[in-house]
Ligand binder design. Structure first.
Ligand SMILES: [Zn+2]
Length: 286
């Protein structure tokens, strides 16, 4: 048993919500964003409808959420930022226009981070120090850029189920790992552009997520679910999230928390693993 969490809990659970709004489409498919209204409107469901259903669900069950918002989305949906803040949930950095970092130069990446920090700082009254990369894409230099920019934790990498220290040339970053299987977009995101991909059966997704949780409970770790209000705010999908909360509530030794709280707790542990990123080219003499 891995009793490393507060109150000797064996597993930490964080429900995280990426409130992307329309932002990603402007970067991923600017032509479609200019010429087709439908996809933008679908994404608008998040800040317009889904977010409030999510906040209500979290309130009903008394569980904390963790939210991430691109700066652009935060600026044009300020009422959403205010609602998240009023409910007491943390809101973290997620790019400006949901740029995939691997399409940016280092200078552009630094500018995007500054812009996002400035907007969220202004709206929240304090600059958040926790980050999730849009689409979980990081450049080789991104962890260093984040540390130099004052960010203390990231939640975008998949090499563990427990937090660890990622060493960078500028200092340490706490990494709180995630995975595709625990991302609603992989199962349910659907648009004209990926019409060949079927929308997954809600029962199947519940079994995947509950099965993953059962494994985390067995082995210990931080179970971080990555959800989007425009996807999981939909009725049958939100029911799956609620079934999952009920399922997890049936277990003892669960610490319901947030991603920045996981990072803060992890940083206080003297025995946290310290790691560096893999070499960009194969190592010699191995
Ligand atoms: Zn996102």
């Amino acid at each position: 048993m891995d009793a490393r969490w507060p109150n000797n809990a064996r597993v930490a659970v964080a429900l995280s919500w990426d409130v992307d709004g329309e932002s990603a489409l402007y970067v991923r498919a600017p032509e479609r964003a200019r010429n087709q209204l439908s996809e933008l409107h679908q994404r608008l469901y998040g800040p317009q409808v889904g977010l409030y259903r999510v906040l209500s669900l979290l309130d009903r069950w008394g569980v904390p959420g963790t939210f991430y918002m691109p700066g652009y989305t935060a600026r044009i949906h300020q009422e959403g930022v205010a609602a998240i803040k009023a409910a007491g949930h943390p809101l973290g950095l997620h790019g400006y226009l949901h740029e995939s970092l691997d399409t940016l130069t280092r200078d552009q990446e630094e500018e995007v981070l500054r812009r996002a920090q400035s907007i969220l700082g202004e709206l929240l009254g304090a600059v958040p120090d926790f980050y999730r990369a849009p689409s979980w894409e990081l450049n080789r230099w991104s962890p260093e850029v984040l540390v130099r920019g004052g960010v203390t934790s990231d939640s975008s990498l998949m090499d563990d189920e427990s937090p660890y220290i990622l060493e960078t040339p500028a200092g340490d970053l706490v990494e709180v790992p995630i995975h595709w299987i625990l991302d609603d977009a992989e199962h349910w995101n659907h648009s004209r552009a990926n019409r060949d991909k079927a929308i997954a059966d809600p029962d199947t997704v519940f079994r995947l997520w509950a099965g993953e949780f059962d494994g985390y409970w067995e082995h210990g770790g931080a179970y971080v679910l990555t959800l989007h209000p425009f996807i999981s705010g939909r009725p049958s999908h939100l029911q799956v999230v609620e079934r999952l909360i009920r399922h997890i509530r049936g277990y003892p030794g669960v610490h319901w928390t947030t991603v920045p709280a996981i990072a803060a707790w992890a940083r206080s542990r003297p025995d946290l693993p310290r790691r560096t990123s893999p070499s960009p080219v194969p190592l010699d003499h191995v």
